[in-house]
Design a binder for this molecule. Structure first.
Ligand SMILES: NC(=O)c1ccc[n+]([C@@H]2O[C@H](COP(=O)([O-])OP(=O)(O)OC[C@H]3O[C@@H](n4cnc5c(N)ncnc54)[C@H](O)[C@@H]3O)[C@@H](O)[C@H]2O)c1
Ligand SMILES: [Zn+2]
Length: 374
């Protein structure tokens, strides 16, 4: 099949308090975007929001397809990078939309990675008290994680993602073909969350990712399309069960309690994917030591994660700095940090409300021990 033909894709339904939305994962589907959007959103004007890496390629393609189909569309851009996920970018974009005369009959189309889907989603959540958003994720991370589940927001001085809103999209359209322009490093970082989905929910999926690491890193659509579809199915099932993170949704935080601490301690030098990979390994080993996680799980995770990222030793992060972060993390203040522990590969231990309260000393010890002696 040539790259321009359409292949049968997968459509996943995500339930929300107010209804549901679809996530369409399909090669070449971006060319259908105007029709898909028009079928689901009643809007007169469309604001396409992209960062300045993605705007000239995929942002423009979305714009051109829309204009060709007779839609009233304008493109708004901001500088690429996590630093743009800020109140400042939010205020610039909302002012630009107002200056351009966008009203309540408008719809935001976010085209980009997770920074764009979070930022543009938050613009949509707040613009004139809320307009619809269509998410068009272009990175692995945005396709399998950030664009599904309705969380939007910005980073603030006190921490990442601390100001935001739940604003479920009207539609998510993921075209795995766009991943070919994503850098190899970004592909590897994003794919860590796919392995996480397998680790917490589906050991057969984990094994299938392991088998195709090379093709996934190459963004070969015969590998990326089914992986994105399966990860979306798994994440959609979780967020449909627990839209507002009351309990079950926490399982998605596997690897993240220690991962976030490592990421922050490295001053964000360590990519999120690398930090979460190390966090998954340390949390798996912690689970084994606590007698919660089946012995051998740590070793089972390590091989494929190293195939994806190269050797993982954690030596680059100062465990003391990570421990300090654990003690001051805004999200755990007033209580002990909670950790999601596996029972075995593909299954989370229910613990108490899907996580375990682990004394900070044990976590600090887990960090300090690193991966030595494993
Ligand atoms: N809302 C949620 O539930 C949720 C979940 C996970 C992560 N996130 C957020 O997602 C963000 C990280 O997402 P990310 O890793 O996609 O970062 P990103 O949006 O910064 O994208 C990474 C880089 O890749 C570029 N890029 C994206 N798609 C491309 C493509 N197809 N071709 C070429 N370049 C492309 C971007 O311009 C950027 O330079 C973080 O801010 C994180 O907090 C949100
Ligand atoms: Zn993550």
């Amino acid at each position: 099949m040539s790259g321009t033909e359409r292949s049968a894709g997968v459509t996943v339904q995500v339930r929300t308090r107010d209804g549901s939305y679809e996530v369409i994962v399909e090669r070449g589907v971006l060319r259908e975007l105007p029709r898909l959007v028009n079928e689901r959103v009643r809007a007169e004007r469309f604001a396409v929001i992209s960062d300045d890496n993605v705007a000239p390629t995929h942002g423009r393609a979305v714009m051109e397809a829309g204009v060709d189909a007779g839609c009233d569309m304008a493109l708004f851009t901001f500088p690429a990078g996590e630093a743009s996920k800020s109140r400042k970018s939010w205020s610039v974009l909302t002012d630009e939309l107002l200056d351009a005369g966008f009203g309540r009959d408008s719809c935001v189309i976010a085209v980009g990675g997770g920074v764009t889907t979070d930022l543009a989603g938050f613009v949509a959540a707040t613009f004139l008290r809320g307009v619809p958003v269509v998410q068009v994720p272009t990175s692995y991370l945005a396709m399998i994680d950030a664009s599904v589940g309705g969380k939007t927001g910005v980073d603030v001085r006190a921490g990442k993602n601390l100001v935001g809103a739940f604003h479920p999209p009207r539609l998510v359209v993921a075209d795995p073909e766009v991943l070919v322009t994503l850098s190899l490093a970004e592909r590897a970082q994003g794919l860590v969350e796919a392995f996480k989905h397998g680790a917490i929910l589906d050991s057969a999926y984990f094994a299938s990712l392991e088998d195709r690491v090379v093709d996934l890193l190459a963004a070969e659509p015969s590998a990326s399309a089914p992986a994105v579809a399966r990860s979306v199915e798994l994440k959609a099932a979780v967020v449909s069960e627990d839209e507002f993170e009351g309990g079950y949704r926490q399982i998605l935080n596997f690897g993240h309690t220690l991962g976030h601490a490592l990421e922050a301690a490295s001053d964000y030098e360590l990519g999120h994917g690398s930090a979460v990979a190390l966090g998954m390994l340390l949390e798996a080993r912690l689970g084994e030591r606590l007698g919660v996680t089946e012995p051998g799980t740590f070793a089972r995770l390590r091989g494929p994660l190293e195939a994806l990222l190269g050797p993982i030793d954690g030596a680059s992060v100062d465990p003391e700095a990570a421990a300090t972060y654990l003690r001051t993390d805004k999200k755990v203040r007033g209580g002990q940090p909670r950790v999601v522990l596996l029972r075995r590969l593909g299954e989370v231990d229910p613990g108490e409300g899907w996580s375990h309260e682990v004394p900070q000393e044990a976590l600090v010890e887990a960090l300090a021990a690193g991966l030595e002696g494993s």
